[in-house]
Design a protein around this ligand. Structure first.
Ligand code: ADP
Ligand code: MG
Length: 594
């Protein structure tokens, strides 16, 4: 075939392959146009998931009659005029591709009116062929009506799913956009059903109501608000507590200058911020807005503009990571108060129970285990003078210094009950102690001060030869963790010393678990990078088992240590370590004052 210029309709249809994948992508482009036009009210109406009809109406600035034909012409935009504009673009669109692409693969009508004109004007496009503009009644603003998407591209139409599935995608896009612009109102109607009606949300309370509407009340009840600026960057929004983590990464909304993005640098930074408080394989939930100088971010990195490139990605990464890490590390004593608002309380039915049924089973199983070894950090009363540091209660501390209150009892040797001015505090002592031990070991490893304790009688263990290999190979790393391990045969290792903090635990079980962890991380992974995970495994061994009785002093000492331990509100697996039941909540349980 000779080389020839393609007709413009075909060019647009090819381009549509990039921007228009399904009804959801059409809604994204049209809603973004409405936002760019300054609309404060955006109404989306769809039929059959958007496959039959999809209409976006706004009260934005409109398009002048003489420019309307240009709006549907390729590479025509009112948003940038030069490369320089592109470098600092703040509008969501700028490519001038969406309308011509959509119009080339649908029955398309656009009606618009500006404030300076007293009638609207309408243009109809049938599979890429535009009619003459005609006057039409319309309020100031624009309506784009898209019917029978892909009617003329059977290959694409075939790929559309059921209306229900398509609507699911469309609704996700609607949510993302409604979350990005609190100052605008949005409505979504599917067939005869009104799915969402969101008035503009001017203040924080209204915003939180919108977030709760869109992401569910449990999200809102389990998150921390955040607002932090530094070095020209501002991060604000809501961060779910680690206890509200999810098995899917489906509640993650990150916006740069109000544009929703998916970016490796950002998701890495967020994951790192949560790394210490989230169990493996769980995903954090968040709605976060990063605002920055538009010149510091290139939004023209991808046709659908969901990927961006930061000019200084290191700074952005560290800013996001540190902001999140610090917020999550806030200990109980620094948080405003351990009230039911901050702590996941089991009185509020929408909040997750602190422990699942399986955990209770485990706790009961532990009750029937052999008597556990004495944890090193909570020595019995008689020895406490000899081990002053870890759990010494602060003398003369008053109530305000003790957000977790004073211990009153222990429940079934699993929970510590304490009271503060506001009500009852319940602590899962194993989970709490696990976190404390973990943080102590982490600190010691970082300081290079993790001491090891030689065993009186070295233990010889039979292991798999691959495990013996890894002992040989990583001897230095094990030493950093406080272990002295030697290979003593093709399938045997000898344990000569263990970390002091863990000297009383079953050394053989501990070493087996650590070896299993190392094996699971694979040959290539350096222990160095896995040290936190290994420490978490070790901490679990070193924590008070659920069936140990504590004296009141020991319980108080545990509470005080929790208050000064970073991230003490969750165990290493992201479960809460404590919860609060305020007097009001107790009153409610007993219908007092009602
Ligand atoms: P882009 O948004 O990249 O500029 P589009 O093809 O989406 O390209 O839109 C082309 C032009 O049409 C826009 O630059 C804008 O001037 C105009 N336009 C589109 N939708 C609207 C709207 N809802 N309100 C006002 N103007 C609009
Ligand atoms: Mg656009």
């Amino acid at each position: 075939m000779p080389i020839r210029q393609l007709p413009s309709t075909l060019i647009n249809q090819i381009a549509a392959g990039e921007v228009v994948e399904r009804p959801a992508s059409v809604v994204k482009e049209l809603m973004e146009n409405s936002l760019d036009a300054g609309a404060t009210r955006i109404e989306v109406t769809v039929e059959e998931g958007g496959t039959r009809r999809l209409c976006v109406r706004d009260n934005g600035q409109g398009i002048p009659a003489d420019e309307l034909p240009l709006a549907i012409a390729r590479h025509a935009t009112s948003k940038i005029a030069s490369l320089g504009d592109l470098a600092s673009v703040t509008s969501l669109g700028f490519r001038g591709e969406a309308l011509p692409s959509i119009a080339s693969v649908s029955h398309f009508t656009i009606t618009s009116r500006t404030a300076s004109s007293d009638t609207g004007v309408r243009l109809v496009v049938e599979g890429g062929r535009a009619s003459e503009p005609r006057p039409a009644a319309h309020a100031v603003g624009t309506t784009v009506d898209v019917r029978d998407l892909f009617f003329n591209v059977p290959a694409r139409r075939k790929f559309l799913r059921t209306p229900k599935t398509e609507f699911g995608h469309l609704e996700k896009v609607f949510k993302r956009i409604a979350l990005s612009h609190f100052d605008r109102g949005f409505r979504l109607t599917h067939g005869s059903r009104q799915v969402a009606d969101l008035p503009p949300a001017p203040d924080r309370e209204a915003r939180e109501r919108r977030v709760a509407d869109l992401l569910g009340p449990e999200f809102m009840a389990n998150c921390l608000h955040l607002e932090h600026s530094a070095a020209g960057l501002t991060l604000n929004g809501w961060l779910a507590l680690p206890t509200y983590s999810r098995s899917q990464a489906d509640r993650q909304y990150f916006y740069v200058n109000r544009r929703m993005i998916r970016d490796k640098v950002i998701s890495h930074a967020v994951r790192l911020g949560y790394q210490d408080v989230l169990f493996h394989g769980r995903h954090p939930a968040y709605v976060l807005f990063l605002d920055m100088d538009p010149r510091g971010v290139d939004v023209n990195a991808h046709p659908s503009k969901t990927e961006v490139r930061f000019r200084d990605s290191r700074t952005v990464h560290d800013f996001v990571f540190r902001t999140i890490e610090q917020l999550l590390a806030t200990t109980a004593s620094e948080r405003p108060a351990p009230t039911a608002v901050e702590a996941p309380a089991f009185a509020a039915s929408s909040r997750p129970l602190p422990l699942r049924v399986g955990d209770h089973v485990q706790a009961y199983e532990r009750l029937h285990e052999a008597p556990p070894p004495m944890p090193p950090d909570i020595p019995p009363q008689s020895e406490r003078r000899a081990h002053p540091p870890a759990f010494e209660p602060t003398a003369g501390a008053d109530e305000d210094d003790m957000p977790l209150g004073t211990a009153i009892a222990q429940l079934h040797s699993i929970y510590v009950l304490a009271q503060n001015r506001r009500g009852l505090i319940v602590v899962d002592m194993h989970a709490a102690h696990e976190r404390i031990t973990y943080e102590q070991m982490k600190k010691q490893v970082a300081d290079g001060s993790l001491a090891s304790q030689p065993l009186l009688i070295p233990i010889v263990m039979r292991v798999a030869s691959s495990e013996a290999d890894s002992v040989e190979q990583h001897k230095g790393d094990f030493a950093r963790l406080g272990f002295e391990l030697d290979r003593s045969g093709p399938e045997a290792v000898t344990v000569r010393a263990v970390p002091v903090l863990l000297q009383d635990v079953d050394a053989e079980a501990l070493v087996r678990d650590v070896l299993a962890d190392v094996a699971e991380h694979g040959r290539s992974a350096r222990i160095e990078r896995r040290i936190d995970e290994l420490l978490a495994t070790m901490a679990c061994h070193g924590s008070i088992r659920a069936n140990r009785s504590l004296t009141i002093d020991e319980m108080n000492a545990l509470l005080r240590t929790m208050e000064v331990t970073p991230r003490a509100d969750q165990c290493n697996h992201g479960r809460p370590t404590w919860t609060a039941l305020s007097m009001q909540e107790l009153d409610r349980l007993f219908l007092r004052g009602q």
